[in-house]
Design a protein around this ligand. Structure first.
Ligand code: AMP
Ligand code: TRP
Length: 349
């Protein structure tokens, strides 16, 4: 059975797992809060990145558009710099261990743990019908993570509670059946963790509000659109350009935060960059400028990739195969622990 102990090199290398939903258009919040960090991490760790289409169907989806968006997110991640030679990028539904593992973990997860999840409460509030899948969503996410023995899970703050639940599920399984899973840690990026809406800096930039004019910057927006969005960004009636926790200055703080993550500069350096700025107008156009330059190559690469569906599908097939090589044996170990009668494997294994 393939475990991490088999390879000394692998033991030293941290395993990373993260996922992104193929719902809605990806925006600057997704890029700065998640994707950019993934791209940077792939140099040092063993990384698995998953497009979680099974999570997407916990709420109603139009089949054609789900399929299109899944491919689109795959192309976007590659365009943003995920390198199939350095990480395993795959589509969740291509690897059946995720759904199967979810079932096995369902059976050791108390319902109360799931009913407490704030995302479940938010998403189910006011809905006439809520699928069992929406309640079980974090168990599927736990399966995603722990079937790969991931040590680290980079996510935005909103997903921290789910990763903590994955820890609880892993620990409970280990207690019941013996050491099986690595207990994962959430890793929250310090800045970029929360990119706020440009039209309302009190709410997180989100796919749900993406249709609202001036709320989000789409990863594929052209330079003119990006400039317009930043020009319209809500600030305040003052003129001080500095990082601040004052809710009244949240707009300026958000713009500086975006500039900081894009440029990779420190807070002091960012504030110094704007010492001689001529008011908020200047701030907005300079933030727009760095975002435009950051997203330009991503948009161009995306166009090339999305035009070659066969190539894209081939890359996803390779990713799925590599993911299967890791999660398949782990799933068999789990079944074995639980006492399921293991089937004979093809080839007599
Ligand atoms: P979602 O759009 O909720 O599927 O999230 C995909 C990834 O992007 C997750 O890691 C989120 O935490 C992250 N993310 C989504 N919106 C934002 C935002 N406004 N700021 C920072 N990160 C975000
Ligand atoms: N639930 C996460 C989100 O909406 C996506 C996700 C699914 C994920 N499985 C995961 C993130 C495993 C990290 C690890 O953002």
């Amino acid at each position: 059975m393939q475990t991490r102990e088999m390879s000394a090199a692998a033991v030293e290398e941290k395993r990373v797992f993260s996922g992104i939903q193929p719902s809605g258009e990806l925006h600057l919040g997704n890029y700065l809060g998640a994707i950019k960090g993934w791209v940077e991490r792939q140099r040092e760790k063993v990384n698995f990145f998953c497009i979680v289409d099974l999570h997407a169907i916990t709420v109603p989806q139009d089949p054609e558009s789900l399929r299109r968006r899944t491919r689109s997110v795959a192309a976007m991640l590659l365009a943003a710099g995920l390198d199939p030679d350095r990480c395993t990028l795959f589509i969740q539904s291509h690897v059946s261990a995720h759904a199967e593992g979810c079932w096995l973990l369902n059976c050791v997860t108390p319902i109360g743990w799931l009913e407490r999840m704030t995302q479940f409460k938010d998403k189910s509030a006011g809905q006439e019908r809520v699928s069992t899948g929406l309640l079980g969503y974090p168990v599927l996410m736990a399966a995603d993570i722990i079937l790969y023995d991931a040590d680290e899970v980079p996510v935005g703050v909103d997903q921290k509670q789910h990763v903590e639940l994955a820890r609880d599920i892993a620990a409970r399984f280990n207690r019941l059946y013996g050491e099986t899973f690595v207990v994962p840690e959430p890793v929250i990026p310090e800045v970029g963790a929360r990119v706020m809406g440009l039209n309302d800096p009190a709410v997180k930039m989100s796919k749900t509000h993406s249709d609202v004019r001036g709320h989000a910057v789409g990863m594929l927006d052209d330079p003119k659109e990006i400039e317009r969005s930043f020009k319209r960004a809500v600030t305040d009636s003052g003129n001080e350009i500095a990082f601040s926790n004052d809710p009244g200055k949240a707009g300026v703080n958000n713009l500086l935060g975006i500039y900081k993550v894009v440029t990779g500069r420190s807070k002091d350096e960012v504030e110094r960059d704007f010492e001689n700025a001529r008011g908020y107008g200047d701030l907005k156009s300079r933030v727009a400028e760095v975002v435009i330059e950051e997203l330009r190559p991503v948009r161009e690469r995306y166009r090339r990739l999305i035009g070659d569906v066969a190539e894209l599908d081939a890359l996803m097939a390779v990713g799925a195969e590599r993911a299967e090589d890791v999660s398949g044996p782990k799933l068999r170990e789990v079944k074995d622990r639980i006492g399921l009668a293991l089937p004979r494997m093809a080839g007599g294994g």
